[in-house]
Design a protein. Sequence first.
Length: 150
Amino acid sequence: MDKPRGYPFQILPRIGAIYRVSEEIGLRASAGMGYKAATIFSDQSDPCAIYQILPSGGDIVPEKSVGGEFDITYNAVLFDELSLDIDRALFFARVKNPFILQTQTISPQQFFSMSNAGGYLSSWGAETDIKLTYADMQVNIGYTYTDCEG
């Protein structure tokens, strides 16, 4: 549970489980809810233009999300000295009332404002991480695929 300033309490249930199939293979699943309170610090705002973002009105509501993840891990030691870790994750998230940054022109200057987009934004995808370790050296390789619609 959380209480952001200016908003009601947010209840954020989360559940997760881990199961070891063998010494090398593990399974993990988790699901939960989240929220994000309105702020001028967003992924969409350029840090240099932060002073051009207008205060949000009282009509903006927090984003609320539900999501989950399932992943399979594989850990092994190869040739007595080289360790290999592979993690493959599948994920999904659905955000209600996502924030959007809108352009507003107040002649002659351009400003921005945050508001809620109606409806939902959904994203899902997969992530693969591979780590090779030998003595004090480590190589990490990763790839994430994400698909969004809203």
